[in-house]
Design a protein around this ligand. Structure first.
Ligand code: HEM
Ligand SMILES: *[C@@H]1O[C@H](CO)[C@@H](O)[C@H](O)[C@H]1NC(C)=O
Ligand SMILES: *[C@@H]1O[C@H](CO)[C@@H](O)[C@H](O)[C@H]1NC(C)=O
Length: 462
C-alpha cells in the first residue's frame, strides 16, 4: 500500500512539475497592467512561431490582442508595438529610458557598437560614423570611388547567368570594404568575406553556444575578424604610408572623433555589417520588381540614358547627376517598402514605464514593428502594387510615420551612402544590360528576405 501511495505521489509530482514547466513563462512574467498577449514556452517563448510564421504570427497576435501586445521571443520578454504614434514616441524619446535593445545573439556577435551605446558615448561614435560616411562625406569624398567600384564590379556580366542575391551581397560588402581598406590586398578581402557571412547568420539565432550552432560559428567569425583587423592596424602603424580611406581617417591624429583600437574595430564591423543586408536586398528586390514592370523599367532607363546623353564621351557622372535621379530614388524606396527589407527596430526599457496605459517593465525589449505601416492603404493606396511614382510626391518620404530608415536620434546615418550605392548600381546595370529571370525560385519573406536557392538572372548586352 505504502508503495502505491509513493508511486501516486511521484506521478502527481511529475504532473505538477510538467504543468508548472509549461506555464512557467506565464507565471514568471505575470504582473498587473501589462499589455495583453502570451509568453509561450520556457526559455524559447514564442520564438519558433515568430521565426516560422513571421508576419502571419504578428497579424494573428494583433487581431487577438491589439496593436500593442506582449510575447517572449529571441530570449527575452518583449512588447511588440505596431501603433505608429507610440512607435514615433519611443523613437524620439530615447532619453526617457528607451534605449536600443538588440537580442543577445546580435550583441554578442556584433559587439559593442553604435547601436548598443547611448548618451554621450553614442554622440561620439555617431559623430565618427557621420564624418566617415554621412551625406557630406559621400558627396565630397566617397562618390567617385564608389562609382569606380560599382563600374568595375558590373563590368563583365554580358552573356553570364548570375545569382543576383549573391552578387548584390558581394557588392554591398565590396563597396563598404573598399571604403574602409582602400589599399589592402585582395587576399584580406577574401578572408574577411566568408567570416562576415557567418556573422550575419549568427545574429538571428538563439544564443546557444555549442559547436555547430550558427551562434557559435558567428562568435568564432567575430574573433577572426577582430584578429585580422588588429593585424592591419598594426601593419599600418609600423609603416609611414598615409592612407586616405576610412581606416586611415580613424587612425589619424587629426580626427575630430578620436577612437581607441577596440572602438575602431567596432566601427569596421558596424560599417561592414550595417549596409550588407539592407543594400543587397533592396538591390535584388528592385531588379525583381522591375523585371515584372516594363513601364517602370523603361522610365528608369530613360532617366539614366538622359543623364548619359548630356555627357561627353568618357565623362563620368557626378554627385549632381545622382541627385537628379528622382525616379531611381522612387524605385529604391518602393522596393524597400514593398519588400519590407526592415521589419522594425528594437528598444529596451531602462526603468519601469507606463505607455499607452500599459506597464512596460524595466529590462523588457520593445519591438517597434513597422512592417504593417508599409501596407497601410491610407498611406500607400493600392499598397501591394509596385508603384515607384508614388515617391515623386516628396511628402511621402518625410511623412511622420515613415520609419524606413528609422527616426529620431538614431535615424540611419548611412541612408545617403546606401542610396548612392544602389543608384549607381542601377545606373550601370540598366544602361548596360537587359536580363531574364530564371523561373521557379522560391522566396522567404521573414524574418529576412531570402531566396534559398538564389535568384538567377540571364544577362545580355542592352
Ligand atoms: C539603404 C539601406 C538602409 C536602410 C533601409 C537602413 C535602415 C536603418 C534603420 C531603420 C536604422 C535605425 C535602427 C534603430 O533605430 O535602431 C539604421 C541605423 C543605422 N544604419 Fe542604416 N540603413 C541602410 C543603409 C545603411 C548603410 C549603407 C550604412 C553604413 C554603411 C548604415 C549604417 C547605419 C548605422 C551605423 C545605424 C545606427 C545609427 C545609430 O544608432 O545612431 N545604414 N539604418
Ligand atoms: C516625447 O515626449 C514628450 C514628453 O512626454 C512628448 O511631449 C513628445 O510628443 C514626445 N515626442 C514624440 C515625437 O512623440
Ligand atoms: C550593433 O550591434 C547590434 C547588436 O549588438 C546590432 O543589432 C546592430 O545591427 C549593430 N549596428 C550596426 C549599425 O551594425
Amino acid at each position: 500500500m505504502a508503495f502505491l501511495g509513493l508511486a501516486y505521489d511521484l506521478i502527481l509530482a511529475i504532473i505538477s512539475c510538467f504543468f508548472i514547466f509549461m506555464k512557467w513563462n506565464e507565471i514568471r512574467y505575470r504582473k498587473k497592467g501589462l499589455p495583453p498577449g502570451t509568453m509561450g514556452w520556457p526559455l524559447v517563448g514564442e520564438t519558433s512561431d515568430f521565426l516560422k510564421y513571421g508576419s502571419e504570427f504578428m497579424k494573428t497576435q494583433r487581431s487577438k490582442h491589439g496593436e500593442v501586445f506582449k510575447t517572449h521571443i529571441l530570449g527575452s520578454p518583449t512588447i511588440i508595438s505596431m501603433d505608429p504614434e507610440l512607435n514615433r514616441y519611443i523613437l524620439y524619446n530615447e532619453s526617457k529610458g528607451l534605449v536600443p535593445g538588440y537580442p543577445k545573439a546580435m550583441v554578442d556577435i556584433l559587439g559593442t557598437n553604435i547601436s548598443t551605446v547611448h548618451g554621450a558615448t553614442h554622440k561620439h561614435i555617431r559623430g565618427s560614423i557621420l564624418s566617415l560616411l554621412g551625406p557630406v562625406a559621400v558627396k565630397e569624398k566617397l562618390f567617385p570611388n564608389l562609382l569606380k567600384c560599382v563600374k568595375s564590379f558590373t563590368a563583365d556580366w554580358d552573356g553570364k547567368t548570375i545569382d543576383i542575391q549573391e552578387k548584390a551581397q558581394e557588392m554591398a560588402f565590396f563597396l563598404a570594404f573598399k571604403q574602409i581598406f582602400e589599399s589592402e590586398s585582395r587576399s584580406i578581402y577574401d578572408s574577411f568575406k566568408p567570416e562576415f557571412e557567418k556573422i550575419v547568420s549568427g545574429t538571428l539565432a538563439l544564443p546557444i553556444n555549442i559547436p555547430g550552432t550558427s551562434y557559435h560559428i558567428g562568435l568564432q567569425a567575430r574573433s577572426k575578424v577582430i584578429k585580422l583587423s588588429r593585424e592591419i592596424i598594426k601593419q599600418r602603424r609600423s609603416s609611414s604610408t598615409i592612407h586616405r580611406d576610412m581606416l586611415g581617417q580613424m587612425m589619424s591624429d587629426e580626427t575630430k572623433y578620436p577612437l581607441n583600437d577596440e572602438e575602431i574595430i567596432s566601427q569596421i564591423i558596424t560599417i561592414l555589417n550595417s549596409g550588407y543586408e539592407t543594400v543587397s536586398k533592396i538591390t535584388m528586390m528592385s531588379l525583381k520588381y522591375l523585371h515584372g514592370d516594363l513601364k517602370a523599367l523603361q522610365e528608369l532607363r530613360e532617366e539614366h540614358f538622359g543623364i548619359l546623353g548630356r555627357k561627353e564621351a568618357g565623362e563620368s557622372i557626378t554627385w549632381e547627376d545622382y541627385k537628379s535621379m528622382s525616379f531611381t530614388l522612387g524605385v529604391i524606396l518602393e522596393s524597400l517598402r514593398l519588400a519590407t527589407v526592415v521589419n522594425g527596430v528594437m528598444r529596451r526599457t531602462t526603468s519601469d514605464l507606463e505607455l499607452n496605459g500599459y506597464k512596460f517593465p524595466k529590462g523588457w525589449r520593445i519591438y517597434i514593428y513597422t512592417r504593417e505601416v508599409n501596407y497601410d492603404p491610407l498611406l500607400h493606396p493600392e499598397p501591394l502594387k509596385f508603384n515607384p511614382w508614388r515617391w515623386l510626391d516628396k511628402k511621402l518620404e518625410s511623412h511622420k510615420y515613415n520609419f524606413l530608415f528609422g527616426a529620431g536620434g538614431r535615424l540611419c546615418p548611412g541612408k545617403e551612402l546606401g542610396l548612392v550605392m544602389i543608384s549607381l548600381f542601377l545606373h550601370c546595370f540598366v544602361t548596360q544590360y537587359r536580363w531574364e529571370e530564371l523561373e521557379g525560385e522560391e522566396m522567404v519573406k521573414f524574418p529576412r528576405i531570402e531566396v534559398p536557392n538564389g535568384l538567377h538572372l540571364r544577362i545580355s548586352k542592352y
